[in-house]
Ligand binder design. Structure first.
Ligand code: CTP
Length: 415
């Protein structure tokens, strides 16, 4: 388990840092916490210490009773310089929440607190999670500071959008939930150490739904939101994989560290997939390509005044079947099937064979609680062997189960 150094700066979201510490220690990680003076106006060091079982450092001049060691780690026999020692011992450094003031200091290399000095000295992967009022976040100064930090290899965890601390305000600036912070830390650790069980694997994920143009303003589309594909991309990234997402009309922010390619229609999706498939080890075809497209596109906007309209459609190419047929040994191919009610499993099993894939992830779209726009899903994993039911859970958890199964299928010892 990892040694996580957590820097807490001033902001109402500091309470979420407490929850992060609970979550991370619960997962077996060892943590030290550094707080700025203004952070202490929002939460007390005692709160962290109670969970951590280690003193919180609040000043670069105080002596660290643990001599820079993390819980469970042997302490050195000499008295080191506290802020340098914890920064040296850390596997990863997360600043959450990162206030506008702290970000400005980190971007300019100031060293006027325990947090900023340790950040400057730390050679482990560093992540910052800004949290502030949306006007402060969007300001040119804050954006320039974030850009500077990014250019120096610091990972910026984008804030979420929603209700902000100041009364009646809504916008971007919310600190992501502890689970997301943990996912980002896990991903940084897996990439830095090459330790995740997908380290070294190249994963290609497709997400969203394609749009087939009828005229310059109208299209045939479907309700796929891209959530399942993005959850898969994030889960694979967290496990150390190198991930590319081909996104068809997805209005979601991709996890940082993922390469994103945007496409519009099925032909564009097919082309983007063909260009990248041979270089990947695992394909997760979660996108919903349109099955039909208009035979002709009207060059001008169709007018209602023209009366009845008949649009002739032709089938699009089956991208997945084409890629699976061309695969080289060692590539694993996973398809998805959204089916309605009875015979769903039999139809999905038929697709496993007709498309020549290793695994079909079946979801029953007749249940409104799961599927397209929902954060939850329930699936059945269909392989040549027995089907495995994965009961309703967050899409992030379902993604983990799909990856587990895909890895088993790609293991030569298993085939
Ligand atoms: N798929 C694809 N190209 C298409 C249509 C679907 O690659 N033109 C992929 C999907 O991304 C999914 C899998 O095939 O991973 C199954 O999609 P589905 O729409 O269920 O299959 P279809 O072949 O369209 O079968 P049908 O419409 O007959 O149910």
């Amino acid at each position: 388990m990892a040694k996580i150094l957590l820097g807490v700066s001033g902001g109402i979201a500091a309470y979420k840092a407490v929850e992060f510490v609970r979550l991370a220690t619960g997962e077996g990680h060892s943590l030290r916490v550094l707080m700025t003076a203004s952070a202490r106006r929002f939460v007390g060091p005692d709160t962290f210490e109670g969970i951590l079982g280690a003193p919180v450092l609040t000043s670069e001049f105080e002596r660290d009773p643990m001599r820079g060691a993390f819980p469970g780690q042997e302490q050195p026999d000499h008295e080191p310089i506290g802020h340098l020692a914890v920064a040296e011992a850390a596997d990863v450094f997360l600043v959450a929440p990162a206030s506008a003031n702290t970000l400005a200091k980190l971007a300019t290399g100031q060293a006027d607190s325990i947090l900023t000095t340790a950040f400057l000295a730390c050679r482990a992967p560093r992540l910052v999670a800004p949290a502030m009022n949306d006007r402060m976040f969007r300001s040119d100064a804050t954006q320039a500071n974030l850009e500077t930090l990014r250019s120096r290899g610091v990972e910026v965890i984008e804030p979420g959008e929603g209700r902000l601390a100041s009364k009646g305000e809504y916008g971007i600036g919310r600190l992501p939930e502890p689970e997301e912070l943990m996912a980002r830390v896990d991903s940084a650790l897996a990439h830095a150490s090459g330790s995740g069980d997908m380290a070294g694997l190249k994963v290609l994920v497709t997400a969203g739904g394609t749009r087939e143009a009828i005229d310059p303003v109208r299209f045939l589309g479907n309700r796929s939101s891209g959530r399942m594909g993005f959850a898969l991309a994030e889960a694979a990234l967290r496990r150390g994989a190198e991930v590319t997402v081909i996104a068809a009309n997805v209005g979601l922010e991709e996890p940082s560290g993922v390469e994103r390619v945007d496409v519009e229609d099925t032909a564009g999706l097919a082309e983007a997939c063909r260009a990248r498939f041979s270089g990947s080890d695992l394909l997760l075809m979660a996108a919903a390509p349109a099955d039909f497209r208009p035979v002709e596109q009207s060059p001008g906007k169709l007018s209602r005044g023209e009366g009845d309209l008949t649009i002739s459609l032709e089938p699009t190419e089956d991208i997945l079947a084409g890629l699976a047929a061309d695969r080289r040994p060692g590539q694993t191919v996973v398809g998805f099937a959204a089916e309605h009610g009875g015979e769903a499993e039999a139809r999905a099993r038929g697709k496993l064979e007709s498309k020549g894939v290793d695994l079909i992830v079946l979801n029953d779209v007749s249940d409104p609680a799961i599927g397209f726009d929902s954060d939850q899903n329930a699936v059945t994993l269909i392989t040549a062997g027995e089907a495995e039911q994965v009961p309703i859970a967050e899409k992030s958890e379902i993604a983990g189960r799909i990856l587990d199964r895909a890895l088993e299928l790609s293991d030569p010892a298993d085939s």
